[in-house]
Design a protein around this ligand. Sequence first.
Ligand SMILES: Nc1nc2c(c(=O)[nH]1)N[C@H]1C(S)=C(S)[C@@H](COP(=O)(O)OP(=O)(O)OC[C@H]3O[C@@H](n4cnc5c(=O)[nH]c(N)nc54)[C@H](O)[C@@H]3O)O[C@H]1N2
Ligand SMILES: Nc1nc2c(c(=O)[nH]1)N[C@H]1C(S)=C(S)[C@@H](COP(=O)(O)OP(=O)(O)OC[C@H]3O[C@@H](n4cnc5c(=O)[nH]c(N)nc54)[C@H](O)[C@@H]3O)O[C@H]1N2
Ligand code: SF4
Ligand SMILES: [Mo]
Length: 734
Amino acid sequence: MASKSQTKYSVCTICDIGCQLRSEAEDGRVSRVIAHDSPMLAKNICYKGTAAPHIHNHADRLRVPLKRVGERGADQWQEISYEQAMDEIAERLQGIIARYGAEGLAVSTSGWNTQTTHSMDRRFMNLIGAPNWISGVALCAGNTAAVNRLTYGWFPQPDFGNTQCIVLFGHNPRKHSWTPIYNAIRSAKARGAKVIVLDPRVSDQAEGADLHLRLRAGTDAAMCLGWLKVIIDEELYDQNFVAQWCAGFAELRARVDEYPLERVEAITGVDRESIAAAARMYARADGAVIPWTPITDQQISSTSAIRLHSILRAITGNLDVVGGETLGGFNPAYIPESELALHERLSDEQKAKQLGFADHPVFTYRTAEMLKEATNKVWGFPYADLVMGCHMANPTNVFRAMAKGDPYPIKALITLGNNTLLSYANQHQILQALMNQELIVAHEIFMTPTAMLADYILPGDVFTERNHVADGWSWGSRLTLSQKVVEPPEQASSTFQFWTDLGRRMGLAEYFPWDTIEDMLDYRLSRSGRTFAEFEAATFMEMPAPKFRKYRKHGFATPSGKVELYSSVLEDLGFDPLPYYREGPTPNEDYPYAVFTGVREDPFFQTGQRNIEVLRARCPTPQLYLHPTDAEREQIENGDWVRLESATGTVTAQISIQQSMKEGHIRVPHGWWYPETRGQENLAGAFVSSDAVLCSDDDEFLDYEQGVPHFKGFPGRIIKTVAPAALLADDVER
Ligand SMILES: Nc1nc2c(c(=O)[nH]1)N[C@H]1C(S)=C(S)[C@@H](COP(=O)(O)OP(=O)(O)OC[C@H]3O[C@@H](n4cnc5c(=O)[nH]c(N)nc54)[C@H](O)[C@@H]3O)O[C@H]1N2
Ligand SMILES: Nc1nc2c(c(=O)[nH]1)N[C@H]1C(S)=C(S)[C@@H](COP(=O)(O)OP(=O)(O)OC[C@H]3O[C@@H](n4cnc5c(=O)[nH]c(N)nc54)[C@H](O)[C@@H]3O)O[C@H]1N2
Ligand code: SF4
Ligand SMILES: [Mo]
């Protein structure tokens, strides 16, 4: 019999940049995932994408719902049907809500990989009155989006196609790390665009840059203040734009005067001439961009650093112009998640219970409510949940409530496509938090340390098994088709299905009228008069032509309608309305190194894929980078195993001596665990090498305004040791 083959276009969700690829199937099984055949997209693929069949067909993939039978975390399960699992979850959740209120439920999800939630999670939560939604995006683009809104009301995107200058604050896209951005930077360089890199290390991007400033980790805000000092003193800013469209320039100028270059040099460790040269290159370029970077959303001065990027864009006249950064707005052809979420249905009383609302409010409902009117006026809808990051609870506050009942108990956690235990700061507290739950539901495709702690595990579908139209979580305005090429396992569900089924079981059927994802897609496309089937038949991607200087019509979506260099929202919240630099906890006699987390590993996305043999073979162990001089002083050789200790915790990893490292700095990778050690009763090695064990969420490590933890340059020390016992056990297969 001839085999049945299928070919479709699917948006890869192995990482969060969303390349559209070609998926092929033979006899109902994904056989190959390769580059798109459109020449425009053919280079947008990495080896994680091509490994999709290894992931989606993996023997360890979860295919049947599991219910815990042993102690929490003992990894003992009984298989049950999806229907029975959902009945039991709904019943137990109702009991918990009756006892603790809807605020007693927390949801943690990243949304990147599960893709097709369509905000049914927020809808469900808003309808039952539950404000405590958290996400890994609190340490990524989500919080950056929320802070951008304070200054000019939206989260802009760089116009790589026309820019003359690209400034990378740490951000280091590579062939196998956010490939489309890497390709866009390459093309811009080929056209003659300049690249400025600010990175303690000689990163891949730094190697080919026009300027590379090797600042000390954690000092990005000070660097930006130095740039502003040069740009303002030398009148390199756009005086017309500032006069007409910016509020608070005089106040900004006075603040910037507090940062003469000698001070900035002393803080950052970069000489003043280089700082000035970089600032001039950026300000003089005819169209320049500072692409979003996660480096500045994981620092003690994050809010200021992100604001400073926004301010630089604005005063140099790079906002909403060709070659600069464009403010997209909602795509009128597609109903945005912000609308589906029904944020207006959550009462003010419940919004005020959102954890973080009182002390670290910037990405919570408190700030969203302050921007509502302006957002409605400019963008046509009061809630703009950009990259899912603008209405979140603060993760640290949520874990504290889960662990200690402070300020009130959280007793149920639903975690979807998120390895909660490893994906925030202070893993010890997260474990305590999870152990103190009455109900944990994990929606996952593999058994992770977090899933091991659950009461119920529901198997998820994957991107080759579901239809979608991706809109970049309202960040951009491009619509990208994603088609299923095979059916999901029979007992697997999409996150859309999960929330629909839970909502219907909890008396909310009228708000969850869509039976299938395709019904939902029909609804979301309805304003453009098309169904999903029509969209699918007509196009694989739709990109509305960008419009520039839209603010001339409606102003900016801030309370004053202007770019707020002096932030009225921060002032009303009781914070410093002007950007500043705050020194984080610094290396000292006991902990002499500045440790930073990150430098993403090519073969993995975050905490994932350590169980995928073809990818793990490319990076079998976690590596700490160390400069040769530091290694010599410590008498450590390449490949030695060491304990890396911070005041918060200890991890074990292998040393990689690298000339490109900055002296006095140590790099620790994110999210390591050891799926191959499952069965050793150690949560699959979750506490052996994970960066979250080291990262503190004590107040002196948190940014004031958002409460995000300081991952860039916290104090640490290293001690030579042997490879972790967990990895040496006889029954471990690699
Ligand atoms: N300590 C620390 N925390 C961090 C960071 C850090 O550097 N250090 N980085 C931050 C950053 S930048 C980000 S973007 C976030 C990332 O946070 P997440 O996006 O939550 O990160 P992942 O580790 O990829 O966890 C995703 C989980 O989803 C599962 N999964 C994958 N595909 C699917 C699917 O289709 N369906 C379902 N149901 N599950 C799926 C994977 O198996 C994996 O366990 O973390 C942030 N948190
Ligand atoms: N293969 C792969 N690709 C990925 C991901 C993945 O997990 N795997 N994750 C994706 C996601 S969600 C994200 S957020 C991005 C993150 O990717 P990037 O934005 O590239 O961030 P990192 O790789 O963590 O670190 C980049 C650089 O920041 C430098 N750095 C460290 N501390 C500081 C500092 O304080 N200031 C400055 N200016 N630089 C510093 C480091 O030396 C490093 O070279 O990668 C995306 N791409
Ligand atoms: S860069 Fe790689 S993993 Fe990320 S979406 Fe593209 S193909 Fe997938
Ligand atoms: Mo990220």
